[in-house]
Design a protein around this ligand. Structure first.
Ligand code: ATP
Ligand code: MG
Length: 325
């Protein structure tokens, strides 16, 4: 098969892959330090995916390996179905990335910075400058110097620079870093709108709460290893939860439940009860508790299942791992 036909065949093969990012056994060492340790990562296309871990967990290193900025010591990987490094050019032509902080010329305007970047790309990139600035919501400041931009605006200009290539996949290293809550909200909404257009956004973060709010799926990484991954909803459903019950007579409700199998897990507060339930508890328990209270003469105003946030679940896992090593 000639080189030309490989280039022709690769895109149709790649399009069949359901994964925007796929890695198997991916490993990167710095001497004795295994920064990326046998990572098996499957990022579905068309979602916002969080690569979540504490400082030093190996997030930036994984991204640098994916982009070919540093070589892997072991394992295989593909981006948008293109095996890399074999088809890196094809993969990167469809991928936009910001690693570490996006850097721009402060004495030039946002638009001028994009013009410089577009000049180094395919001709179509020039035609996308205006739309990219609009897309990230900074068109009204496009002719101001970048030195006058806030951190959030620089991050958004970074994403606009990625959009010059009309990427199917965006990889953003800590896009929320250094932003205030309003800036985080803007970035979150922008990421979600990029996903709504059918793009895949992979972001790394140590801000667990932000990942939970922004992403559809997550991989949790600790000391180079992926501990858990999957849709956030699935990860939560496997976790312990509590029933929160607002009722008229909490003391009486507590007494009614005290004699049941859940008695030890009931806490009575001024407005109601909390019943802690173990992972895997059947949801029928909620209906049963409600029945017991109502038949016992307690008026129940509200009964709600509250799952642990991903944040508390994540901290629990890393603490347990830390303790066992
Ligand atoms: N160029 C390098 N040379 C040697 N060690 C490195 C290098 N880059 C990273 N490391 C080490 O690899 C490990 C992972 O670092 P990495 O920067 O990937 O973590 P991170 O998850 O991105 O952390 P942070 O949240 O602080 O950005 C750390 O122990 C770090 O010291
Ligand atoms: Mg990092």
């Amino acid at each position: 098969m000639s080189a030309t036909s490989v280039e022709e065949v690769a895109p149709s093969r790649a399009a069949k892959s359901p994964w925007a990012v796929e890695t198997h056994g991916l490993t990167k060492r710095f001497k004795d330090n295994v920064a990326v340790d046998g990572v098996e990562l499957l990022v579905p296309r068309g979602c916002a995916f969080g690569y979540l871990g504490p400082n030093g967990a190996g997030k930036t290193t994984l991204i640098r390996v994916l982009l070919g900025l540093t070589h892997a010591d072991a394992g295989t990987m593909s981006l948008l179905g293109y095996p890399v490094p074999r088809h890196r050019d094809l993969a990167l032509a469809r991928t936009g990335a910001i690693v570490d902080e996006a850097r721009f010329h402060g004495h030039l305007t946002g638009r001028q910075n994009l013009q410089i970047l577009a000049a180094a790309r395919e001709p179509a990139a020039r035609t996308r400058i205006g739309a990219s600035l609009e897309r990230v919501g900074i068109a009204h400041r496009a002719d101001d110097k970048v030195s006058k931009y806030s951190m959030g605006m620089r991050q958004r200009l970074g994403v606009a620079a990625c959009l010059l290539g009309d990427p199917q996949l965006l990889i953003l290293d800590e896009p929320m870093n250094g932003l205030d809550p309003a800036g985080m909200l803007e970035i979150r909404e922008m990421i979600q709108s990029l996903v709504a257009e059918g793009r895949t956004v992979v972001l790394s973060s140590h801000l667990l709460d932000e990942v939970e709010r922004t992403c559809d799926a997550v991989a949790i990484v600790d000391r180079g290893k992926v501990i858990r991954q999957g849709p956030i909803a699935d990860l939560l459903s496997g976790s312990a939860f509590e029933l929160q019950i607002d009722c008229a007579t909490p003391e009486r409700a507590g007494a009614l439940l005290a004699g049941t199998q859940w008695g030890a897990n009931v806490q009575v507060g001024p407005d109601g009860l909390r019943v802690d339930l173990a992972a895997g508890t059947d949801r029928e328990v909620a209906a049963e508790v409600n029945r017991l209270l109502v038949e016992g003469g307690v008026s129940v105003y509200r009964l709600q299942e509250v799952h642990a946030s991903l944040e508390s679940w994540f901290l629990e896992v890393t603490t347990r791992l830390g303790a066992s090593q």
